[in-house]
Ligand binder design. Structure first.
Ligand code: UGA
Length: 449
């Protein structure tokens, strides 16, 4: 099998997953990060992020001698491979946070290009995996200013919480480059996965990533709006989405209503694409409405809680104790970035409510420095047992779809509460179970809501 020497710069969830998975496909991989302590931990096989299967894969590939970690991009690209050889392909997996006015902040990418440009061997292919504005591959090539180095855009479509699975079972591989040879070299890295491969120009590859995430965001805003309409006309969103999902043009996936979409990708990418559109003098109204619908969803949840607890649409939440179940942006991750749960918590606090939160990913392990115990997030005190969140609460609000919430002892939870109300923003819990426990369950777009 043909293997390559691959450097991966940045060991966030994309970089580390890319590095470990490419190693598992037989390539020789060096992952570089500027965080010395993190590199030390990775060398010991300690993975900071919650990503199923990743720490096992890292340990396995390190022991197999195919994966190693170094401090700094410069150390990763030159002479880091056996026999002091240089990297043939360099992946940039760097943060591109939302900067001023929603424009992606490319400073990390620029700094790494600056640090490594003189060190790259002739013929190296630099691959951008980060989500970047259209035109970044061209700009990276300009910054590199090396005729003998190609720049390729190879966006990732990994979901947090199933990144390893998604990497190894991709729906497609996208490789964008103006040089066919470089594009084919990158595509060949993934050949063993047997996925459809789209070879295109760099700008189309860059836009494709935004197009995918924004389409997903639009799908969810549509579903959340439809759930609201269901409540008003007495229909049930689960039946509606099941029914439309059988249409293969729509599909069953990504149709669950919720507290709004969040995380480190969808919010950032929808804003960034809006900027791309603005800069191209294109008024992308559909995308703006997608974002506005999502922002509104948070207030809608607050209004639902208010109505449930006080019995009135304008009732006061001052000093009302509420237990929040789930604070991460979705289940299966400990990521709190742009979590709708935290945005809703902030609105509830503004409305005067006393909050207490529980999240299984934030419990930590006393005495384990790699899993510290967290006492509070964004001013929401955390407890280590869902029963404590229920204690004296006038309502419990389910904000993240952790499966473990389904099997809580709801009878005991009900017994601890001041008012037997559960607002289930994920339609996660079984309404009959709640009813049997004497609880009023309020979901989204449900007939009984
Ligand atoms: C998203 C995309 O799904 C990935 O394809 C992409 O690679 C990634 O962004 C990225 O750009 O790196 P991720 O942010 O991990 O992945 O999260 P998703 O699983 O897509 O969920 C996004 C948000 O939508 C979450 O807040 C989630 O709770 C919400 N959601 C998702 C729903 O409310 N309902 C659903 O049916 C699905």
């Amino acid at each position: 099998m043909f293997t390559r020497r691959v450097a991966v710069v940045g060991t966030g969830y994309v970089g580390l997953t890319t590095g470990a998975c490419l190693a598992s496909l037989g390539h020789q991989v060096v992952c570089a990060d500027i965080d010395t302590a993190k590199v030390e931990r990775l060398r010991r096989g300690v993975v900071d992020i919650v990503e199923p299967g990743l720490s096992e894969l890292v340990t396995e590939q390190v022991s197999a001698g195919r994966l190693s970690f170094v401090v700094g991009a410069a150390a990763g690209v030159s002479e880091a491979f056996p026999d002091d050889l240089d990297a043939e392909i360099v992946f940039l997996c760097l943060p591109t946070p939302m900067g001023v006015g929603g424009v992606a902040d490319l400073r990390a990418v620029e700094a790494v290009v600056e640090e490594t440009r003189e060190l790259l061997a002739a013929g190296t292919v630099v691959v951008n995996k980060s989500t970047v504005p259209v035109g970044t591959a061209g700009r990276t090539a300009e910054l590199l200013d090396r005729r003998d180095v190609s720049v390729v855009s190879n966006p990732e479509f990994l979901r947090e919480g199933s990144a390893v699975h998604d990497f190894l079972n991709p729906d497609r591989i996208v490789v964008g480059c103006d040089t066919a040879e470089a594009a084919e070299r990158v595509a060949a890295l993934y050949a063993r996965l047997g996925a459809p491969t789209v070879l295109t120009d760099a700008a189309s590859a860059e836009l494709m990533k935004y197009a995918a995430n924004c389409f997903l965001a639009m799908k969810l805003s549509y579903v959340n709006a439809m759930a609201e309409l269901c409540e008003r006309v007495g229909a049930d969103i689960s039946d509606v989405t099941e029914g439309i999902g059988y249409d293969r043009r729509i599909g069953q996936a990504f149709l669950s209503p919720g507290p709004g979409w969040g995380g480190s990708c969808l919010p950032k990418d929808t804003h960034a694409l809006l900027q791309v559109a603005d800069a191209a003098d294109f008024e992308f109204r559909l995308l703006r409405a997608t974002i506005d619908t999502n922002t509104r969803q948070r207030q809608r949840i607050v209004d639902k809680v208010r109505a449930a607890v006080t019995g009135r649409r304008t009732g006061s939440l001052t000093r009302v104790r509420l237990g929040l179940l789930g604070l991460t942006f979705k289940a299966g991750t400990d990521d709190l970035r742009d979590s709708p749960a935290l945005a809703i918590a902030a609105l509830l606090r503004q409305a005067g409510a006393d909050l207490v939160g529980y999240d299984p990913a934030l419990v930590g392990e006393p005495g384990n420095p790699d899993r510290p115990v967290v006492d509070e997030v964004d001013g929401v005190p955390l407890v280590t047992d869902p029963m404590e969140a229920a204690q004296g609460a006038e309502a419990l609000v389910v904000l993240t779809e952790w499966p473990v919430f389904r099997t809580l002892d709801w009878v005991a939870m009900a017994g601890a509460m001041k008012q037997p109300i559960v607002v289930d923003t994920r339609n996660l819990l079984d309404p009959a179970t709640l009813r049997r426990a004497g609880l009023t369950g309020i979901g989204l777009g449900r007939r009984e809501a």
